[in-house]
Design a protein around this ligand. Sequence first.
Ligand code: PLP
Length: 370
Amino acid sequence: MTENILLIPGPVVISNKVQQALGTGSVSHTSDEFVAVFSSVLKKTRQVFKAGESSQPLVLAGSGTLGWDIAASNLIETGDKVLVLSTGFFSDSFAECLQVHGAHVDKMTAPLGGVVPVSDLRAALTPGGYKVITITHVDTSTGVMNDVKEICKAVKHVSPETLIVVDGVCSVGCEKLEFEAWGIDYALSASQKALGAPPGLSISMLSERAVSVAFSQKSQSCFYTSLKRWIPIMQNYESRKASYFATPAVQLINALNVALDEILEHGLEERIAKHWTTSDWFKNKVTEELGLELVSANARVSAHGLTAIYVKNPPEVISALKNMGIVISGGLHKDIQGEYIRVGHMGESACNDSLQHIQSCFDALKALEL
Ligand SMILES: *Cc1c(COP(=O)(O)O)cnc(C)c1O
């Protein structure tokens, strides 16, 4: 069987070392061996989010979506007002999750391929009353990236009491994100995108302020996602004490440990820079050499972990590439679903020195004479 090159925006190709770490035998979740690994994972998670000692890392079995439920069930009580900045499918799904948990959601929807102007956001926040704002750092449905730093600055200025929640599922590990310096209260990510691990882990970070909101909730209708239950467990593991609320995903955490080592090996900055270089290379080639158009309106709002490209017949392009051994994704935004393709370039595929994955993808697209 020839192995396909997986170039979708998650799951991504994992390195051999990460794959080996996933294949280790079972150990007890309370063994010294595992406790040491989990402690190290939590410490490295702080580094990847650029969070210090006052922030609280959280690594739970579950996918990226679990982070939405964690935010909604711990930071929101029925009737609380939330402002959602929508840049596509994932922002909208997060809004739906918040509504399920009883939030009153107001949505500001960006023009397709663009972002909500910060001046509009300031105006919306001025009357006050929003307990939470949600920002999708990179909306994987469009490849649009928000300027989270600038948005945080505006929120701090106009409505400092509003908690800032960032969906970084498609950004942590491949875009600049400074949890503490920018004043983010909750940032959520997942293992299978730019962190370069297998799917199955929700990885997130809470500010001191978010932790105290979670602990002072009057009523809570969740069990597994309860931060009151999980935070003491995370703190114990980090300080190398075995602890139990629900069984952690032992092998996945072992694989994440190796993936985080690979990210931090030459420094987070270099890792992010590699993603940017790969992304710029690919985007330039498809626009200049193939004359194709991107969904993201301009370079300032373009993500670096994936590229969304308008093509004439997406299903045909996807199946032609599949026949050449390259797996890419179709569109996901309701307004243009059948009009574009998405190519993921995160983790190994973006950082491996040879860059042969993305080169093969470009060559295949070129051969189709789109
Ligand atoms: C992939 C993704 C999600 C959902 O993650 P799952 O692991 O599929 O649950 C949420 N938000 C963004 C921005 C994503 O890219």
